[in-house]
Design a protein around this ligand. Structure first.
Ligand SMILES: Nc1ncnc2c1ncn2[C@@H]1O[C@H](COP(=O)(O)OP(=O)(O)OP(=O)(O)O)[C@@H](O)[C@H]1O
Ligand SMILES: [Mg+2]
Length: 372
């Protein structure tokens, strides 16, 4: 195979006599140059640390590096730079046996997102009566210090149900209602990072939550880390994150005024050890026929192009098993885009029928590809 010229910037040339490196940690730092009107530099991360290691070796095998040197990508993101944060020994030569870790872009201070700005309230949620009722109980506790400090206060709640049914929006609505801080993290962001990093982020998350209460910690995609052991080969990074989470949830530290809401589409495959930590399971369901009409009308009302529709029921009757997100994105949003493209001044029943047909064809072909 023809050997490409890997590109490396070395601070010093002593690396020529480098010994074989045991490990190296690379931090994605971005492009050396970019045009001012270009979009944001991507924050690179990986789904699979082993795959990243293989990729990195095809790029930089045989290179000797010291701490602080830069390695430039030549394949996927040409000219994107990775700084050598750590190499053992220093300097070290990248061999087939060198462990190569990618430091996650989230491992700096920005571990999780803080959201309270989004103006979502319980009024915006169509249906999900039971979920909202249970949230009201939680809200009463959060608003009353005496109740909250009691041993009866809710601590860990699980939202479960199909994608796009309002789990995230309900958690935000609850935080807004009680004026709580809202810290959110996706479980998938805790994996595929440097050893120890996922657990560290969990601890940071709770530490941040303890600084200012009340706080709602929202852990999305919980199933990614909390999958029943019989469904997954046990991965070191998963175990480490789960253990950190369990120790925080068990409340070795004082967690008064902190509520953890986990969300998942797949509660049936959750590990029992994790599931049992959630004292309340709140179910989110797909909208009923009437709720589908309400959701469609609600989002049509906010449209810049007026919807003049006589028979919402036709659309509602053909969209059983569609979520609130599906109705909003696949029907209302697509109809608006269609109207903009064709310079329509109103969106009527005929346009909606067309959009529904197109959306259905699209999802059928996706399903077909999926099962083929
Ligand atoms: N019941 C609902 N009422 C009003 N809007 C809804 C409802 N369900 C979903 N939506 C719309 O769909 C969007 C996506 O919902 P949300 O992100 O809360 O779903 P989710 O259950 O968290 O999905 P996922 O499991 O994929 O994370 C919402 O921002 C909202 O615009
Ligand atoms: Mg969500």
């Amino acid at each position: 195979m023809e050997k490409r010229n890997a590109r490396v910037f070395r601070n010093q040339e002593t690396t020529i006599k480098a010994k074989d490196a045991e490990y190296i940690r690379l931090k994605p730092v971005g492009y050396p140059l970019k045009s001012t009107d270009e979009e944001d530099t991507p924050s690179l991360t990986t789904d699979d640390p082993k795959l990243f290691e293989a990729f990195a070796k095809t790029e930089w095998l045989g290179e000797s590096v010291s701490k602080g040197d830069y390695l430039f990508d030549t394949i996927m993101y040409p000219d994107y730079a990775f700084r050598v944060e750590d190499v053992k020994p220093n300097p070290g030569r990248i061999t087939k046996r060198t462990k190569i870790y990618l430091i996650s872009p989230y491992s700096s201070k920005q571990t999780f997102k803080v959201k309270t700005k989004k103006k979502i309230s319980f009024k915006d949620i169509v249906g999900q009566k039971e979920a909202i009722e249970k949230c009201m109980i939680i809200a009463k506790f959060l608003k009353n210090r005496k109740l909250m400090n009691s041993e009866w206060a809710p601590r860990n709640i699980l939202f479960y149900g199909p994608p796009g049914t309002g789990k995230t929006m309900t958690a935000i609505a609850l935080a807004n209602y009680v004026k709580a801080n809202f810290l959110s993290i996706k479980a998938s962001e805790l994996l595929g990072v440097f050893v120890g990093e996922g657990a560290k982020r969990i601890h940071q998350l709770f530490k941040e939550a303890r600084k200012k209460r009340p706080t709602i910690i929202f852990i999305d995609e919980l199933d990614v880390i909390a999958l029943n052991r019989s469904y997954q080969s046990i991965r070191g990074d998963v175990i480490e994150v789960v253990n950190a989470l369990l120790s925080e949830m068990d409340g070795l530290e004082d967690n008064t005024g902190i509520i953890v809401i986990g969300a998942t589409n797949a509660e049936d495959v959750l590990d029992p050890a994790i599931k049992s930590r959630f004292e309340q399971m709140i179910k989110f369901s797909l909208p009923t026929y009437e709720e589908r009409i309400q959701i469609l009308k609600k989002y049509a009302n906010g449209s810049p192009i007026p919807f003049i529709v006589k028979n919402w029921d036709i659309i509602a009757s053909k969209t059983s098993n569609w979520s609130g997100r599906d109705l909003k994105e696949k029907i209302i949003k697509n109809a608006i885009h269609y109207a903009v493209l064709h310079n329509l001044r109103v969106i009527d029943d005929a346009v909606l029928q067309k959009i529904l047909k197109m959306s259905k064809m699209e999802s059928d072909s996706i399903n077909f590809k999926h099962y083929a």
